[in-house]
Design a protein around this ligand. Sequence first.
Ligand code: 6GU
Length: 235
Amino acid sequence: MKIDIVSIFPEYFGPLDLSLIGRARGAGLLRVDVHDLRQWTHDVHRTVDDTPYGGGPGMVMRPEPWGQALDALVSPSSVLVVPSPAGEPFTQSTAVSLAAASHLIFACGRYEGIDQRVVDHFGGREVSLGDYVLFGGEVAVLAMVEAVARLLPGVLGNAESLVEESHTDGLLEAPVYTKPASWRAHDVPEILRSGDHGRIARWRRDRSLERTAARRPDLLARAALSARDRAALDE
Ligand code: 6GU
């Protein structure tokens, strides 16, 4: 997969050199190029913003630099992603659908956002990380790139770690423990040390259901539940 990121703060993307993403790039599984939007400005101040039509606070990103940037980067296979608190929610299924593309372009807006005609002209997909406001799209793009990259073949060592994780089955994951068995008078649940894999699987399923009911009842309402799941929830 090829990823192009356009931003007025390319330094935000230093972390993509690290850890598993850095390793995936080194292994040639992923190519990421970060571009400074200001290279597509032509005035002495390299201006990227202007006042909003219709009035109101803040500034809006001018369409011309974005048009030139995207003319240079768009390809027949590219999918354009525009982070915005006004976008559709970015979920695990969004990550799965983006991971199927061979070329992603992320256009990071700042200020009040990018002139809407840019998004309309290039057919951008506006996505939001959640119901809160960031200064700009950069931090959101770091999160989205990580969510997508770990789904690419070869990026995660252990294929199983993709299967039993939060959100793949629509439920939150059960709590996890490691050694020592007792720590500051808190003991690891006995069942996890029993070696009985059937009981362990049922215990984990029950903790997933319990957590999801308590923290994310919206997810529980949409999850595929068995008769046994429903009985466990009624207890
Ligand atoms: Cl994707 N962008 C910005 N600027 N703020 C956000 C967001 C995105 N998601 C949540 N808040």
